[in-house]
Design a protein around this ligand. Structure first.
Ligand code: ATP
Ligand code: MN
Ligand code: MN
Length: 441
């Protein structure tokens, strides 16, 4: 029973950043259906942000915030963001327990699109082409597709690994490795897991780690040195280091202006690392020994000829993470080891994936922020994506402010609003603080 459903119509604040949206809620039956409609719209419309998809998502997000299970259409009366299409779907589920349109959407095409777009580096355009070729399995793509994009080569080769969700223990294990190396390079570093794990999810598709240092400027050069150390330990499979493209105008200019459609301008590394299979059984154990044994072969990507800037597997661009001037003894030792092993040990990602191995590949994002932007970066990288969309729209429309992962800018007063904590980010926008686990929109 629920006492709340009698007290209707309920009024919820319009923006998701004004209310709590938790992983567990009362209306999964409806939100799952609406999110299938969202996914289908994203895959069908060839846009980055399909407006149809966003409408389904906003409606789903409202239902996630309802403090009771929906039992009657009248309970929706005063709620915004639920359009006619969504209402039809909700009504059908109320009456029949399911929605025919949603069932029919999940056809062969949809299922294949979901499988293909779950591959690292594959978007809906490529997935559609594969389906037009008649492909329906990962295996067909692995055997038939040659890509110049390192993400696709590794994403295809390690699809089974990367499609196995990362659990919390693995995330903590990865954080521990990164922290240990980063602290050696830069004592006093601040480092946090963000993304889904910070929002309380128990599993994720990757591990997002945000770093900074309280002394302004100390963080410069950290990421390259950190990556070199991880590479020397044999942990890195592949990845791409993006330089910071930030300049102060970014604070005031429109957030969607960036050429590549990137969401922010921080220095970051997106890549794939290996961790021991057993680390989730015993995350406290130090596996560095076993990792250096399993890392003693050098990997070579296949078909990498075109885009060298985004191609940097261990052997393709071993010196990508320069400049370096660190712990010489350790680095020289592991470099010597690699040289001794020589080129006869170079194998393709696909061959590497097929080896009998005691490690699993995991997607990792490493982001570095200057300290004065850190708490805005923390909100941005905690997400989720829908929460970010919403809080940014709120800032713009309701306050005339521009919010990004770099800061908050008052467009009327022409000034930036600094924040020394996440709570201050919310205070600056006249919002009640929303906990990370309440940002699962
Ligand atoms: P999952 O658990 O599946 O990884 P997630 O919420 O952690 O889900 P991510 O794609 O890892 O999803 O993104 C984490 C957060 O970081 C998101 O809220 C997103 O807004 C932000 N984000 C992701 N990629 C970028 C990027 N390239 N630039 C800026 N922000 C990003
Ligand atoms: Mn994530
Ligand atoms: Mn991520």
């Amino acid at each position: 029973g629920n006492e709340n459903s009698g007290r209707n119509p309920l009024i919820l604040p319009e923006y998701a950043c004004q209310r709590a949206t938790c992983l567990k809620h009362f209306n999964h039956k409806f939100t799952k259906a609406l999110e299938i409609l969202q996914k289908h719209a994203e895959l069908r419309d060839n846009e980055r942000d399909s407006s149809r998809a966003l409408a389904f998502r906003r409606a789903s997000c409202v239902l996630k915030s309802l403090p009771f299970p929906l039992t009657s259409m009248s309970q929706l009366k005063n709620l915004t963001n639920i359009g006619d299409h969504c209402k039809r779907v909700i009504q059908e589920i109320l009456e029949d327990g399911e929605c025919r349109e949603v069932n029919e959407l999940q056809d062969d095409w949809f299922q294949k699109m979901v499988v293909f777009t779950n591959i690292f580096g594959i978007g809906s355009a490529t997935a559609k082409k594969w389906i037009e070729k008649g492909w329906s399995t990962i295996k067909e793509a692995q055997e038939g597709y040659i890509s110049s994009d390192w993400r696709v080569r590794w994403g295809l080769a390690f699809h089974t690994d990367l499609n196995t969700p990362v659990n919390l223990q693995e995330a903590q294990y990865i954080q521990q490795i990164v922290r240990k190396e980063a602290e050696t390079i830069l004592p006093g570093i601040i480092l946090q897991i963000t993304g889904g794990f910070r929002r309380g999810k128990e599993e994720g598709h990757d591990v997002d780690i945000l770093m900074t240092h309280p002394e302004e400027g100390k963080e410069v050069g950290l990421l390259a040195r950190l990556l070199q150390r991880l590479q020397n330990k044999g942990i890195i499979l592949c990845g791409n280091l993006e330089k910071s493209t930030y300049s102060d105008e970014m604070l005031t200019l429109d957030s969607k202006l960036s050429a590549k459609g990137q969401l922010d301008h921080f220095e970051k590394w997106l890549g794939i690392i290996k961790i021991p299979h057993s680390c989730s059984e015993n995350p406290a154990m130090d596996y560095s020994g076993s990792l250096s044994i399993i890392s003693s072969c050098v990997h070579k990507g296949t078909g990498c000829s075109v885009d060298n800037s985004t191609c940097c597997t261990a052997s393709e661009q071993p010196l990508n993470y320069q400049p370096l001037n660190l712990d010489e003894s350790l680095d020289l030792e592991s470099k010597a080891k690699k040289q001794k092993l020589g080129t006869e040990n170079e194998i393709s990602p696909m061959e590497l994936a097929k080896l009998d191995r005691n490690w699993i590949a995991r997607r990792v994002d490493l982001i570095v922020s200057p300290y004065d932007q850190y708490f805005y970066a923390l909100v941005g990288w905690t997400g989720n994506k829908q929460f970010n969309r919403d809080i940014r729209t709120y800032a713009q429309r309701e306050l005339g402010m521009k919010l990004s992962s770099h800061g908050l800018y008052d467009l009327n007063k022409n000034c930036a609003l600094p924040a020394r904590s996440e709570k201050e980010v919310f205070q600056n926008m006249k919002l009640q603080y929303i906990e990370p686990w309440e940002r699962n929109c």
